[in-house]
Design a protein around this ligand. Structure first.
Ligand SMILES: [Zn+2]
Ligand SMILES: [Zn+2]
Length: 292
C-alpha cells in the first residue's frame, strides 16, 4: 500500500494553544478544520504520558475516573513507517476564484464556487481558488458554510446560477463586499452580520470536525464568523485548555529532564505532550479528508 504524503504539518504546542479539534487552519494548499479526537489515531499508536499529579487534577475536575494522556503522533522520520497523522477535513467548502482583471476603480469581482465544482486539480475554470474566509456558526458551537444562494436570493428562491463576490474597495471590510448572482440578485455582505433579521437562517447542526454524517439537531440562528474562528468541538477544546493551564501549577520541577522550547508560549503544551526531546521541534502530519 502506498502511503499518502501528509497535507501539512503543525508544531506540537500549537495543537493545544491554537489548533485543537474544531479549529480552522490554513494548510499549504487548503483550508481545513482539525478533526475531533474521535478521528485521531488509536491509543495503541500513540505514546502514553505518565504524570500522576496532572491526571489526579483532571480526575477531580472532569469526573473521569482514570484519565489517560497521550502524545499526538510525531512526524515520521522513517519513510517506511506508517503515516499516523491527525485528521483534518477540508473546510470551508466555498471558494473564491483568482480572476485576472481588477478595474481602475479598484472594483474586483471574483466568482464564488463550491468545492464540488472544482476540477481534479482543485481549480475552477483552470484558475486557482482560495477558500472564502466567511463561515457561519451557532451558539451551540456548530459551524458551517454560508448558504450563499439563500443569502442572496432569500429563502423561497431556488436560483443556483453563478455567484460573484464583488469588492468595492481595497480594505476587505464587510461594508465593501457584496454577493451577486448572475440572475441580477445582489446583497451586501454586511447584512450577513446583522442578528435581528437572521440573514443566515438557522443552524443545520453541522459538525465538520467529525466528518460526514455528523449533524445534530439544532434550531439556533446562524451567525457570521470571519477569519480564524475557533469553532465547535468546544468540549474537546476546553479539555485541551484545561490541561494546558493545569500544567501551570504542576510547577517547574516536573519539567526537569524534558526539553522546553525557549518560547514561553510553547512551554506548557510542550511539556504536556511529554516529548523529552532537545533541539528539535516536533511537528505532526495532518491528513486531509474530503467531506462529501
Ligand atoms: Zn440568482
Ligand atoms: Zn447549531
Amino acid at each position: 500500500m502506498t502511503e499518502k504524503k501528509a497535507h501539512g504539518q503543525i508544531r506540537q504546542g500549537q495543537l493545544i494553544t491554537t489548533y485543537g479539534p474544531g479549529a480552522l487552519i490554513d494548510l499549504p494548499k487548503d483550508s481545513a478544520i482539525i478533526g475531533g479526537l474521535e478521528t485521531w489515531p488509536q491509543k495503541k499508536d500513540l505514546d502514553q504520558i505518565t504524570e500522576p499529579r496532572l491526571t489526579d487534577k483532571l480526575r477531580v475536575m472532569t469526573g473521569v475516573l482514570a484519565p489517560e494522556l497521550y502524545a499526538p503522533p510525531p512526524a515520521r522520520t522513517d519513510p517506511g513507517a506508517p503515516n499516523v497523522g491527525i485528521r483534518v477535513w477540508r473546510f470551508p467548502e466555498w471558494f473564491v476564484v483568482h480572476e485576472d482583471s481588477v478595474s481602475a476603480e479598484k472594483e474586483r469581482s471574483r466568482r464564488l464556487v463550491h468545492r464540488k465544482s472544482l476540477d481534479e486539480k482543485g481549480r475552477f475554470d483552470g484558475r486557482e481558488v482560495v477558500a472564502t474566509r466567511f463561515v457561519r456558526a451557532c451558539p451551540k458551537g456548530h459551524i458551517d458554510d454560508l448558504d450563499w444562494w439563500r443569502f442572496v436570493h432569500g429563502e423561497d428562491n431556488n436560483c443556483k446560477r453563478q455567484l460573484w463576490l464583488d469588492e468595492h474597495g481595497t480594505s476587505g471590510d464587510l461594508s465593501e463586499l457584496s454577493v451577486r448572482c448572475e440572475c441580477g440578485a445582489r446583497r451586501n455582505l454586511y447584512e450577513a452580520a446583522e442578528r435581528e433579521t437572521k440573514p443566515l437562517g438557522f443552524c443545520q447542526g453541522r459538525r465538520p470536525w467529525l466528518g460526514n454524517d455528523s449533524n445534530e439537531d439544532c434550531n439556533q440562528p446562524s451567525r457570521l464568523n470571519e477569519g480564524k474562528v475557533l469553532s465547535g468541538c468546544r468540549k474537546s477544546r476546553n479539555v485541551f485548555m484545561l490541561m494546558a493551564s493545569l500544567v501551570g501549577f504542576a510547577g517547574d520541577e516536573v519539567l526537569e529532564g524534558l526539553d522546553v522550547i525557549g518560547d514561553a508560549g510553547l512551554r506548557f503544551p510542550h511539556f504536556l505532550w511529554g516529548y523529552p526531546t532537545i533541539g528539535r521541534q516536533h511537528t505532526h502530519p495532518l491528513n486531509r479528508r474530503q467531506l462529501c
